[in-house]
Design a protein. Structure first.
Ligand code: NAD
Length: 542
């Protein structure tokens, strides 16, 4: 009982290769087959109990939308209220439990995800969110593991930040959990975000109501099972899939709502913030609002750049996971001199990208998440095809007969403010604006002013003065800024993630800064020799 524990030194989880002949490939193939041949019944989990409402939706494969993987029960207002009660009921014991016991649960989650549950998490992410093995591995396995191993270490660092003390006194800081419950609202595109949004506040002693995306329920349910398997007490995290607007209405009108940990589109985040504002007098305390939202992420290329490096950054940055990353490159500014060298190989490489079912490992590209997304992306492509201001250089084919497939697409815009240079499309589409070599400075102004977002961005240049000047000029244009690298693929502990402007509150997932948002410090001063006379020495003479 008496000791100051040190958490294990965190290291990023190595990414397995899934190369032919590797044991992980065989395990994953077997798990894919098993998951594809059953239909899971996904309950709500409230206070540790499975709850079935009978109001269900089908959970399908985006690349084969007729194939049902699971049926998920949806919460109504009563279940949401029960989940809030369960979170509040678990709060006292969990928030006052020793911190090392709390983080031990999440270190165990990490080890289960690294070992016996790795294939299950990855296979569910592949089948239900349409990711290839590498994309599933870096998300569902590696990032969950990293969030919790590094999180444990960050928790230790926060708790060890203590004030100084003068003679006769001892000052201490206590990092309390927030008073009330956290509402965790996760997006479809990263299983690890689903784990992190309720999990990280829980490490710091909070309890939560977790509303997962309806488009990622299979993997997210397995994450919930992992929390339970690792020994998380009932009620600390409550899994409540349901109609987003109606679940939210109940949650945000509760006086014990203490904070929101959100990742998703900017539009929804703004509506959540407005509702919180409207209810502000209802709450016991001012809620913490943490949201990471959309992006219109750029690649800005200087004439001194290496064209081959730009080509790979565009292909990987724009098309991996079908461009459904908040960090995906979706607008590029290329000088005429580089374009002359880049155009043909870029088009050729993009046209050669393999696309299809996730179970065929030769495919790099899979389907987009659902019909709504397919229709939205297709709408932009159709409009570009019909426009005089844009030209589709490669791709543009859309086919939803079996799955929601959209070929990786490159649009060339005549105007740097063409709509696909400005809007977040969230699909495998990048728009390129080719500029005269002498206009680099104007391009930097365009990069900075074209969209409402400021999430990620990359510059490519060889000239060191250009790199320094552009880095300074674009200091507010991206929360994650890359030099001669693609703007995707941030790693926990290495590139803390988040953006400013319309892209979010920039509380940096995967860093100590995020954990700080889930505690409320109490300063305690103890006086060992309290004064017994109110008079001060200066009063001893007139
Ligand atoms: P989304 O906005 O459709 O959904 C996000 C979450 O909000 C889901 O849980 C959804 O059910 C919920 N939601 C939807 N409508 C709601 C409403 N009216 N009230 C309350 N909740 C509601 O986003 P998505 O399609 O799941 O994810 C893609 C978006 O997420 C993109 O905009 C992407 O840029 C963003 N994203 C950002 C980051 C980041 O770190 N900045 C990471 C991943 C995704």
């Amino acid at each position: 009982m008496n000791g100051i524990p040190a958490t294990p030194a965190p290291l990023n989880e190595p990414i397995l290769s899934y190369a032919p002949g590797s044991p992980e490939r065989e395990q994953l193939k077997a798990e894919l087959e098993a998951q594809a041949s059953r239909v899971v019944d996904i309950p709500l989990v409230i206070g540790g109990e499975e709850v079935r409402t009978g109001n269900t939706i089908d959970v399908v494969m985006p690349h084969d939308h007729g194939h049902v993987l699971a049926r998920a029960h949806l919460a109504g207002p009563d279940e949401v209220r029960r989940a809030i009660d369960a979170a509040n009921g678990a709060h006292r014991e969990w928030s006052t439990m020793r911190w090392d016991d709390r983080v031990a649960v999440f270190l165990r989650v990490a080890d289960l995800a690294a070992g016996p549950r790795r294939a299950r998490l990855n296979a569910a992410t592949m089948l239900n969110q349409s990711k290839n093995p590498f994309q599933a591995e870096i998300d569902a396995a590696c990032e969950i593991i990293d969030f919790f191993r590094f999180g444990a270490h960050f928790a230790e660092r926060i708790y060890s930040i203590q004030p100084r003390s003068d003679k006769d006194t001892w000052n201490r800081a206590e990092y309390r959990a927030l008073e009330g419950f956290i509402y965790a609202v996760s997006p479809f595109n990263f299983t690890a975000i689903g784990a992190n949004l309720p999990g990280t506040p829980a490490m710091m002693g909070n309890t939560s109501v977790w509303k997962p995306s309806l488009a990622a329920l299979l993997s997210n349910y397995y994450v919930m099972q992992l929390f339970d398997e690792a020994g998380l007490p009932p009620g600390v995290i409550n899994f409540v899939p349901g109609d987003p607007a109606s679940v939210t209405e109940v949650v945000l009108s509760d006086p014990t709502f203490a904070g929101i940990h959100y990742t998703g589109s900017t539009r929804v985040f703004r509506s959540l913030w407005k509702s919180i504002g409207q209810n502000i007098e209802t709450y016991r305390a001012y809620p913490r609002i943490v949201g990471e939202t959309g992006g219109k992420d750029f690649i800005a290329v200087h004439p001194s750049a290496d064209a081959a490096a730009v080509k790979t950054a565009i292909v990987r940055g724009a098309f991996e996971y079908q461009g459904q990353k908040c960090s995906a490159a979706s607008r590029a500014y290329i000088p005429e001199s580089i374009w002359a060298e880049l155009e043909a190989p870029l088009i050729e490489e993009t046209a050669s990208l393999t696309m299809g079912d996730v179970r065929d490992f030769t495919n790099l590209v899979n389907a987009v998440i659902h019909r709504e997304s397919f229709d939205k992306i297709k709408g932009y492509i159709d409009a570009a095809r019909a426009s005089d201001d844009a030209e589709i250089l490669v791709g543009g084919e859309c086919d939803d007969s079996v799955g929601y497939f959209i070929r990786p697409t490159i649009i060339r815009a005549k105007s740097p403010r063409y709509v696909t240079m400005c809007d977040e499309i969230f699909g495998p589409v990048i728009t390129i604006y080719v500029y005269p070599d002498g206009e680099w400075e104007d391009v930097l102004d365009l990069v900075d002013s074209t969209s409402e977002y400021a999430l990620t961005g990359a510059i490519f240049a060889k000239d060191r003065r250009v790199i320094r000047a552009a880095t300074d000029r674009l200091d507010q244009a991206a929360g994650n800024f890359y030099i001669n690298d693609k703007p995707t693929g941030a790693v926990v502990g290495q590139q803390p993630f988040g953006g400013g402007r319309g892209s979010g509150t920039n509380d940096k997932a995967g860093s100590m800064f995020n954990l700080l948002r889930w505690v409320s410090a109490r300063s305690i001063k103890e006086n060992f020799v309290p004064p017994t006379d109110y008079r001060y020495p200066f009063m001893d003479a007139p």
